[in-house]
Design a protein around this ligand. Structure first.
Ligand SMILES: Nc1ncnc2c1ncn2[C@@H]1O[C@H](COP(=O)(O)OP(=O)(O)OP(=O)(O)O)[C@@H](O)[C@H]1O
Ligand SMILES: [Mg+2]
Length: 254
């Protein structure tokens, strides 16, 4: 496939080895602007490794990684990362946490956007709270607001809802779609939860381990906004079963 300016991210035959150990091999993936791509796969198949390469925290040992047509050489403000455990500063209040990055870069006039984002993630009444005073879901909402504050076009999310209870998780899946509708970021989203991948993703990339690689990519066309109500649809469950088969061929037959 030829890359166009519409492509936010382009991975071409990306590999990553640690000494003799091949963590990831031959990963080619094009992510269009404003597309949401979910990565699923067993523990150790290299999902975080790929995300960290895109983030610029790690270097690929093979292949090319381009963002907006340019090679990635390190972390940059065009990408923001949200991890499973929030990375909020414990000594800063919510508002100061959300604006820490823009203040460090001496961006002017960020207040209006910070207020808008606080409303968007429903933390406007908690702007003066410290992280320890927030629930896990609220902390992740603050992390997402901080990621969006830097005006990054690409959001990289590594199991961002993995530590949350099922109900909060469902709410966060709804909130993420609202945020996507408002700002249309390009999102790469890692999850262990197949239903979550099918609710959130425009595409689901199924990875396998030993060595980490792409097994199959599925296009997900359910209308948005989506919720876990999709789980009642037969076509949803067909896709879920296909993914389960790819991940556990001995247990789930084709
Ligand atoms: N710095 C490192 N040095 C050596 N091996 C590493 C390093 N980082 C990751 N690995 C190995 O690379 C493989 C992929 O790891 P990675 O963290 O990307 O997996 P993952 O798919 O994110 O797994 P999980 O679902 O458990 O988060 C693993 O086998 C891991 O042990
Ligand atoms: Mg991981």
């Amino acid at each position: 496939m030829t890359a166009t300016h519409e492509d936010a991210l382009l991975l071409r035959e990306v590999g990553k080895s640690y000494g003799d150990f091949t963590a990831v091999t031959d990963v080619s993936l094009t992510v269009r602007q404003s597309e949401i791509v979910c990565l699923v796969g067993p523990s150790g198949c290299g999902k975080s490794t790929l995300l960290n390469i895109i983030a610029g925290f790690e270097k690929a040992t093979g292949g090319d990684v381009l963002i907006g047509g340019r090679p990635i050489t390190g972390p940059g403000p065009d990408r923001a990362v949200v991890f499973q455990q929030d990375a909020l500063f414990p000594w800063l209040r919510v508002f100061e946490n959300i604006t820490a990055g823009v203040r460090a870069r001496r961006v002017q006039g960020y207040e209006a956007r910070a207020e808008e984002l606080l409303r968007q993630v429903r933390l406007e009444d908690f702007r003066r709270s410290y992280p320890y005073q927030l629930s896990g879901g609220m902390r992740q909402r603050a992390s997402i607001a901080r990621a969006l504050m830097s005006d990054s076009k690409v959001l990289l999310m590594d199991e961002p809802f993995g530590a949350l209870d099922a109900q909060t998780r469902g709410e966060m899946q709804g909130l993420l779609q609202e945020i996507w509708t408002a700002y249309r970021p390009t999102i790469v989203f890692i999850t262990h939860d197949i239903e979550e991948a099918l609710v959130i993703g425009d595409r689901v990339v199924v990875m396998g381990a030993s060595p980490g690689r792409i097994l199959e990519t599925l296009q997900v066309d359910f209308p948005r906004p989506r919720s876990l109500e999709l789980t009642t649809r037969p076509d949803f469950n067909e896709m879920k079963r296909r993914i389960l088969h790819l991940l556990h061929p001995k247990i789930y037959t084709a």
